[in-house]
Design a protein around this ligand. Structure first.
Ligand code: ZN
Length: 277
């Protein structure tokens, strides 16, 4: 049964990853590429340095609140609820860490018209990092967060998990039944590992698709034509499943900062002293 489960998931994963590369179904992924939520020009791309601080006139695209801060990546003005405040530094200084916008960073370093702006943008982009083991991302606006989470960090997590599942399943054929580790048969251990990773791959893939669909449906600036054809908004059962798997913060007006990492956050000396009192 476990072999069937792992093989089925491997087949589904292959189909899933190939479909997302096609023009028809890949729109779900490419809809995020142009960052349609942007409400200001990218401040790093202007040729002259801003002479004075410009007041924020735009409203937040992710909530009804007043825009107060700027996304370091796409320069969108957002409110607190439209901003991902980043995950703890402890996770971004450990294994599984990678730079996310490598292409943008390379372009910034090649820039010759305004070296100072290029350097500033390069520094910002080098600090914009994701962790492929924990699925965490540095601070950015909600749009950039979901673009990165769905199609970079979580996408690769699903890849890794699919590979581990398939490899451990294949290893059960290589190792015979006569190898015993910790009083258990190695073949059975590998099958359990395979079952665990195949189920988690499936859950990850469903979560990514559901989150992207809910984000596109909830935000007016996203193109609804990029949604897959099978997604029928009037089908209550299908929408209940999609909403169940989707990240709750993908909805309009919900802050995307994850609170379950709070126990890892470093507190300032003042806050620590106040706590000790
Ligand atoms: Zn952004």
């Amino acid at each position: 049964m476990t072999v069937t489960l792992a093989t089925g998931t491997a087949m589904f994963s292959m189909f899933y990853f190939i479909m997302l590369e096609t023009d028809k179904f890949g729109k779900l992924r490419t809809a995020f590429d142009s960052r349609p939520w942007r409400n200001r020009e990218n401040m790093y791309l202007c040729t002259a340095l801003p002479s004075e601080v410009q007041p924020f006139k735009s409203s937040c695209p992710f909530s009804t609140k007043t825009a107060k801060g700027t996304c370091p990546i796409c320069s969108t003005c957002t409110s607190r609820d439209g901003y991902h405040h980043g995950d703890p530094k402890a996770l971004h200084n450990t294994v599984g860490i990678a730079m996310i916008e490598y292409g943008m960073a390379r372009k910034a370093s090649e820039r010759e018209d305004n070296l100072l702006m290029g350097r500033l943008q390069l520094d910002t982009l080098i600090n914009y990092r994701g962790n492929y083991l924990f699925g965490t991302i540095s601070p950015s606006c909600k749009g950039c967060y979901y673009k990165t989470w769905c199609w970079n960090v979580a996408y690769r997590m699903a890849w890794q998990s699919a590979i581990v599942s398939l490899n451990s399943m294949l290893c059960t054929f290589i190792f015979g039944t006569d190898i015993t580790i910790f009083y258990a048969d190695l073949k059975n251990i590998l099958l359990c590992v395979s079952a665990f990773f195949s189920v988690s791959t499936l859950c990850m893939q469903l979560k990514i698709i559901a989150t992207a669909c809910v984000f596109i449906l909830e935000h007016p600036f996203m193109d609804n034509a990029s949604l897959p054809g099978w997604l029928d908004v009037n089908n209550t059962i299908l929408m209940a499943i999609v909403n169940y798997f989707a990240d709750p913060a993908a909805k309009f007006g919900v802050a995307p900062t994850k609170e379950y990492w709070d126990w890892l956050k470093e507190t300032s000396p003042r806050a620590r002293a106040a706590k000790a009192k």
